[in-house]
Design a protein around this ligand. Structure first.
Ligand code: NOJ
Length: 806
């Protein structure tokens, strides 16, 4: 079964059957104003923060057929009443003659035909905008004229998203709506919880005259809400009740008589859902986007943003699924994860528990540094503001208030109040930014540490370089009996929560990788002493990992506080972990022989056709001493599930040992685009990576969940572009070091880097996986693999021949 296809030319995925196994969504706008829209027109919108300033009431747990947040109804007279239907299919579920949902870059377009009416609706938030626009074009494709009414509807939530569901006393008493007539006789329906009447009002308005409106859900559905969203009884009346709600469940429904639409004729209705201090303040914007030409221009501006964003790297490989992911959908997902961290999706519900995750966002930065370096830098600055003076980091923070906390560690009495990994990821993010941009002056920028004095002000500030040095120093000074870093509450794997004193070889490797980055950076800065110190620390930890963590056939993943290993052949369950093997290769700690042996163990024990499992075998029973991992059945999530985020690390490790066929096999088997033809097993959107797929110990092996907001996006993008295609930014230039399937004849890449464009053509005449025989830049052979930085505004042709260098 298929639910849609890729339209590569228009950079869209087009859903043609609305009955997808789960909702398939798209993101519009940004965290500043935006949210997601599902493929049947439901929308979750917020401004600045989904927990503290949410606008629409979208309940993901309701069935797919249910109204969620927004819809559009159309109606025409039939018999003594009206035929009411939604061109979005949901919630009326009428039979359609055409249904297409175009999942585009920053917009969703739903095109449908019901009862002779062709409806084409584009939903988006203009770049930098603060309203969700629905641009609806309704065309009569029948042979008779049809008198059409259009009734777009929004259901509001209280701005405090969680209170909406936890306080049914206070919330309904506060919710209010008011109608405003604009001087050109158009209607703006506002909505606000009473306490925000004078500071932040939601508004819903359109470009066409409104003959009546409704703001109370009970009246809209009718008969004390025994009318339904599938058949709202008020829409059987000629007009809505023009009721300004003073409490209750608030909606905004605007009834427009579009009049007779002649065969072939099109009417355009543009709605806007926004929030501003007041109607008066919003009026200029509202008026601007009542004009079709301004909406067209805003859509054009958005297309240009994406043209520019995606122009930084374009690939042409022999594999169409690779091309569509690396050229469009994967970098686009990287932008979305950078915007939303793990805050708001169908699975991460944005009620405030998470906010922006330190480790998550640091890794997200690495996926966007080439495309939006300023935004990447701004996000790094935010992250460093929640790093503590001791070098560790707060686990997560609220983007509006910048109030941070220790994540789940808060909830467990006696548990260490830090995560062992958070602070180390920022080093990788910063160096990725520096290599991409060459902006070394960033290192001197002074940023406060999170710790506050009695006056609420930061006690201390330090340069970015200082923040980085403190991060590694924290890990160096917090080690356990094997000399390996203490786990803290958890490391990257949130769900393994061992007693205080447990150690994490994974952290040792992450620390090693961070030190490698610091050594290189210190040399760039001409700081030989720092480079030497980091090199000594690196060697110290390398030695510990190699003497303590090797289990015979692979590396151990943890040592419990009593010194017992986890992820060892001596364990019955959880014998081997993927991250335990990939990271010693990434850190360079593993000897070449151990690197291969450990990666072979991954292939033998963790590889499935749907991806690499995080560990095996799964723990079969709850064990409070291991923590969250044992709350999942074997094969699910971190308990032996295919946790996609960890897959690209194995791909990268395989490229580091030169095995391009294997790296690509791993790449291909989790490529969502390649799953389009067997999507009923996978269930999630085929145009983005999900966080997890059920592993082969689970009866529903292959089922994906938690799509969109996952570190998989950034890391698969890095694995694909920097390690498989091997185009890597360095301080000195663009390195070209591919590790590809031997069968490939080669590939092409257009890469914008430091203000110039590199047209790279890689030839693979000897069908090797790795190795560069020669590189010519504009016809001149260069030594080594690094193409020097061109003068700003330059272009060059880079011809690369793979094979043995002679
Ligand atoms: C998802 C979380 O967002 C991420 O921070 C964590 O590293 C992984 N789960 C693994 O537990």
């Amino acid at each position: 079964m298929r639910y849609g296809t890729f339209d590569d030319e228009n950079r869209e995925y087009v859903i043609t059957n609305p009955r997808t196994p789960v909702k398939w969504i798209n993101y519009i706008g940004t965290l500043a104003f935006g949210g997601f829209v599902d493929h049947t027109g439901g929308m979750l919108i917020c401004k600045g923060d989904p927990a503290l300033n949410r606008i629409t009431k979208y309940i993901p747990q309701l069935p797919g057929s249910a109204f969620k947040g927004t819809t559009l109804y159309l109606r025409f007279r039939r018999g003594s009443g009206y035929k009411v239907f939604s061109p979005y299919f949901v919630p009326t579920l009428d039979a359609y003659d055409l249904y297409e949902c175009h999942v585009g870059l920053g917009y969703t377009r739903i095109v449908s035909e019901f009862f002779g009416l062709h409806t084409d609706v584009t939903v988006f938030v203009p770049i930098g905008g603060s309203q969700a626009i629905c641009d609806c074009k309704i065309t009569n494709v029948s042979e008779r004229s049809i008198e059409v009414d259009a009734i777009p509807v929004v259901e509001y939530t209280h701005f405090d998203a969680l209170k909406q569901f936890t306080n049914a006393d206070w919330v309904p008493q506060t919710m209010q709506s008011r109608v405003h007539r604009d001087d050109d006789s158009l209607t703006i329906l506002t909505q606000f919880p009473f306490m925000r009447r004078d500071t932040a009002v939601n508004y819903f308005t359109s470009n066409c005259p409104v003959s009546s409106f409704e703001s109370d859900r009970a009246r809209f559905l009718g008969e004390n809400e025994y009318g339904t969203w599938a058949n709202p009884l008020s829409l059987q009346q000629a007009e809505l009740s023009n009721y300004e709600a003073r409490r209750g469940d608030n909606v905004a429904a605007l009834l427009h008589h579009l009049g007779e639409i002649q065969p072939g004729e099109t009417k355009r209705l543009i709605t806007q859902l926004g929030q501003d201090e007041s109607v008066e303040k919003a009026l200029p914007l509202i008026r601007e986007f009542r004009e079709g030409k301004n909406v067209d221009a805003a859509l054009e501006e958005m297309a240009q943003f994406w043209d520019d964003y995606l122009s930084k790297m374009r690939v042409e490989t022999p594999d169409a699924d690779v091309n569509r992911m690396l050229n469009v959908h994967n970098p686009r997902q990287c932008y979305i994860t950078m915007q939303w961290s793990r805050y708001l999706s169908l699975y991460q519900l944005g009620f405030g528990a998470r906010g922006i995750g330190f480790r998550d966002s640091a890794q997200d930065v690495m996926g966007v540094v080439a495309n939006v370096p300023e935004e990447a830098r701004a996000l790094i600055e935010m992250l460093l503001q929640v790093q503590r003076q001791d070098g560790s980091a707060m686990h997560q923070f609220n983007p509006l208030t910048m109030v941070a906390n220790e994540g789940d560690a808060r909830e467990v009495k006696g548990a260490p109040k830090y995560y062992g990994d958070d602070h180390l990821w920022s080093i990788l993010a910063i160096t990725a930014y520096l290599k991409e941009t060459g902006d070394l002056s960033f290192l001197d920028q002074v940023i406060p540490y999170y710790d506050k004095g009695d006056d609420g002000q930061p006690i201390e500030s330090g340069t970015v370089w200082d923040h980085m040095r403190r991060a590694v120093a924290f890990t160096r000074h917090n080690v356990g009996v094997h000399g390996l870093p203490l786990l803290g509450y958890a490391d990257w794997n949130d769900t393994v929560n061992l007693c205080a004193g447990a150690e994490s070889p994974f952290l040792a490797n992450l620390y090693g990788k961070a030190l490698l980055e610091l050594i290189e950076l210190a040399r760039q800065r001409g700081d030989g002493a720092a480079a030497e110190q980091c090199a000594a620390w690196y060697e110290e930890m390398r030695e510990r990992v190699e003497t303590q963590a090797w289990d015979g056939g692979w590396y151990v993943r943890y040592f419990e506080a009593d010194g017992c290993p986890l992820g060892s052949h001596t364990n019955e369950q959880g014998q081997i972990y993927a991250n335990g093997q990939s990271w010693p290769v990434i850190s360079g700690f593993a000897s070449p022989e151990r690197a291969r042996t450990a990666l072979d163990a991954v292939y033998a024990r963790l590889k499935t056709d749907n991806g690499i499992k995080l560990s095996a075998p799964g723990y079969d029973g709850f064990d409070p001493l291991k923590g969250g991992v044992t709350t999942y059945p074997p094969g699910a999530k971190e308990n032996g599930g295919i946790f996609l985020h960890a897959n690209p690390w194995v791909m990268i490790a395989e490229t580091l040992v030169g095995r391009g066929d294997r790296a690509f096999e791993y790449y291909h088997q989790i490529n969502p685009a390649a799953k389009n033809d067997r999507i009923d097993e996978f269930e999630c959107e085929p145009y983005v990576y999900p966080q997890n797929i059920l592993g082969d110990e689970h009866p529903q092996f292959g089922l994906a969940r938690n799509s969109w907001l996952t570190g998989t996006a950034s890391w698969v993008y890095q694995a694909g572009t920097q390690y498989i295609l091997g185009i890597r930014p360095t301080y000195a230039g663009l390195e070209v070091d591919p590790c590809i399937p031997a069968a490939w004849d080669g590939f092409r890449v257009r890469r914008a880097f430091r203000g110039s464009v590199y047209q790279i053509h890689v030839h693979n005449p000897d069908h090797v996986c790795k190795g560069v025989k020669s590189i010519k830049v504009d016809g001149q052979e260069i030594g080594g693999n690094v193409v020097s930085i061109l003068p700003e505004g330059g272009t060059c042709q880079v011809e690369v021949v793979m094979g043995e260098r002679t």
